[in-house]
Design a protein. Structure first.
Length: 450
C-alpha cells in the first residue's frame, strides 16, 4: 500500500524541524575511485561560504544515487532528473568523467531545492546533520500557544522573557498581551537541554505596538496603541512602575537611553518623547510631517535616530535639553522603512520589506549610502552581531540569512522555521541564536562559524 504523498511530506517536515537545521550547501564531484571493480564518486560538500566551515566528503556509487532518487520520487513531485543508467557497464575514463559531471549537476539541483534539502533521506545520504549548525526547540509550542511577539534572554539569570500576541489565561480578562518569564535550571546551551519553570507573568491592558529591553537596567518597556508607555522591572514583575500617556496617537517605536537612563519613544503623532522612569516628560519634539515608525539610540555618538513612513531618517543630538534635528535623509525611492540599526562603526543600516541599505555616518552633517542588498522574500526581522560584523535577517519563509558588513556578502542561509521569523536574539557571550516564529515556535541554534 502506498502512503499518501502529502502525509509523508508532513512527517518529513516534522522530522526536519526537530533535527539540526540546514545551511545552503554546495557540492563538487571532482574525482572517482575504483575499488574491487566498483566505481565510487567522491562528493565534497561545503556550506554556502567555504571560509566558514571545513568541507567534508562522502563516497557513493551510481546505484546509491539511483536509490536516493527513487526514494525521493515516491514522496515528492519536484525531484530533479538523475543521469540515465546505461545498459553496459561504464569503463572508459571519458564515460566515467561524463557521468561524474552529470552527477554533480544532479546533486547541486537536489541541494538547491529547500524542500528536498530538509528531508531525512537527503540529510542522511550526505551526512549533513553532522556538519551543519545545530538548532533545537527551547520552549514547547504548546506552552506558548498563541504566538510570540518578542523574546529576550538574560544570561545572568538564565531567563527567557516572552511577549505573547494574544492572552487567554491572564488573571485580568481585560489584559491584551502577556509578558512571561521562564527560568532555566542551568545555562541555556545547545547541549544542556535544561528544564525550565515559569517564574512570573504580567498582563498589559492595551495592545502592545513596540518593545525594548535593557539588560543593564533590567527593564522591559513597551508602547501601546493608546500612546501609553509601560515599564516593568524584571526583578519586580508585579509592579508596572510606569504607565503614562506619552503620545496623542499610537506609540510606534521605543528604545532605552542607557547613558542617563530614560525612555525614548516615537509616535504616529510624529513626535519623539523622552520619558524618565519617574514618569516625567523630559522633552517632546515633532519630527517631519509624517508618522514616525522607527527609533534607536546610538550611545557611541549620543545620537537619537528616527524615521518615518516615507523613508526620511532623522539624526538628532541627544545631548541637548531638547532634540535638535541635524539631518533628514530620503532613501532612494522614498519607500517606507521597516526599521534600522546603528552598528556603532559609523554605519546606519536601514531595512525595507525587500531591501537593506547601509549608510556611512561619520559626521552629523552627512550620511552616504555605501551598500545595498535586495531580498526576493519579505524581510520580517533582523539583528546585528557586533563581534562578527554580521546582520542576521529573518524572512517570510522562515529562513535566517547572514549578511556581512560592510561588504554585503551573503554568508549563509539557514532554513529555520516553517513560518515567518518575527524576532532574532543574539546571546552575546556564546554567540548562540534565539529565533521566534510567527505562531509559537522558539528555537536556539549555534553560530555557524567554527
Amino acid at each position: 500500500m502506498k502512503m499518501d504523498k502529502k502525509l509523508i511530506y508532513n512527517i518529513t517536515l516534522m522530522q526536519s524541524c526537530a533535527a539540526p537545521l540546514l545551511c545552503s550547501l554546495d557540492a563538487r564531484i571532482n574525482s572517482y575511485v575504483l575499488q574491487k571493480g566498483a566505481v565510487y564518486y567522491t562528493v565534497t560538500l561545503r556550506l554556502f561560504n567555504t571560509d566558514w566551515r571545513e568541507p567534508w566528503t562522502v563516497h557513493k556509487r551510481f546505484s546509491n544515487f539511483a536509490k536516493l532518487h527513487k526514494q525521493l520520487s515516491a514522496v515528492y513531485s519536484n525531484v530533479p532528473a538523475r543521469p540515465k543508467k546505461t545498459f553496459f557497464k561504464m569503463k572508459s575514463p571519458f564515460e566515467l568523467n561524463q557521468r561524474r559531471k552529470d552527477l554533480e549537476v544532479f546533486v547541486n539541483k537536489l541541494l538547491a531545492n529547500k524542500q528536498l534539502l530538509r528531508s531525512l533521506a537527503v540529510r542522511e545520504f550526505f551526512g549533513i546533520d553532522e556538519h551543519v549548525p545545530k538548532f533545537r526547540s527551547v520552549i514547547e509550542k504548546e506552552v506558548l500557544r498563541k504566538g510570540v511577539m518578542r523574546i529576550v534572554y538574560s544570561r545572568e539569570d538564565d531567563i527567557v522573557i516572552v511577549v505573547q500576541n494574544v492572552v487567554e489565561d491572564a488573571a485580568d480578562p481585560g489584559d491584551k498581551h502577556l509578558i512571561r518569564a521562564f527560568q532555566f535550571k542551568e545555562e541555556l546551551t545547545l547541549e544542556s537541554n535544561a528544564s525550565y519553570t515559569e517564574i512570573w507573568k504580567a498582563g498589559i491592558p492595551e495592545v502592545i505596538t513596540c518593545l525594548a529591553f535593557n539588560p543593564t537596567l533590567e527593564t522591559f518597556v513597551c508602547g501601546t496603541d493608546a500612546g501609553t508607555i509601560y515599564a516593568l522591572k524584571t526583578t519586580d514583575p508585579d509592579n508596572l512602575n510606569l504607565a503614562i500617556p506619552s503620545h496623542s496617537d499610537a506609540t510606534t517605536a521605543i528604545c532605552l537611553e542607557d547613558v542617563e537612563g530614560y525612555i525614548i519613544s516615537a509616535g504616529a503623532d510624529k513626535s519623539v518623547v523622552g520619558t524618565s522612569f519617574d514618569g516625567k516628560i523630559l522633552y517632546s519634539t515633532r519630527l517631519g510631517s509624517h508618522p514616525l515608525n522607527c527609533i534607536t539610540f546610538d550611545s557611541t555618538k549620543s545620537l537619537v535616530l528616527a524615521s518615518n513612513k516615507v523613508g526620511e531618517v532623522f539624526l538628532c543630538d541627544a545631548r541637548k535639553v531638547k532634540l535638535v534635528v541635524t539631518v533628514s535623509l530620503v532613501l532612494g525611492d522614498a519607500s517606507p522603512m521597516s526599521g534600522f540599526v546603528s552598528t556603532g562603526q559609523d554605519l546606519l543600516v536601514c531595512f525595507r520589506t525587500h531591501e537593506v541599505v547601509w549608510y556611512k555616518t561619520s559626521s552629523l552633517e552627512e550620511a552616504k549610502a555605501v551598500g545595498r542588498w535586495k531580498s526576493e522574500a519579505e524581510i520580517t526581522s533582523w539583528s546585528y552581531y557586533e563581534r562578527e560584523r554580521t546582520l542576521l535577517l529573518g524572512n517570510e519563509h522562515g529562513e535566517l540569512l547572514l549578511l556581512s558588513l560592510p561588504l554585503g556578502e551573503l554568508k549563509a542561509i539557514l532554513p529555520c522555521h516553517a513560518e515567518p521569523i518575527r524576532w532574532i536574539e543574539i546571546i552575546q557571550a556564546s554567540g548562540n541564536i534565539l529565533t521566534a516564529g510567527e505562531s509559537s515556535s522558539l528555537m536556539m541554534g549555534e553560530w555557524p562559524i567554527n
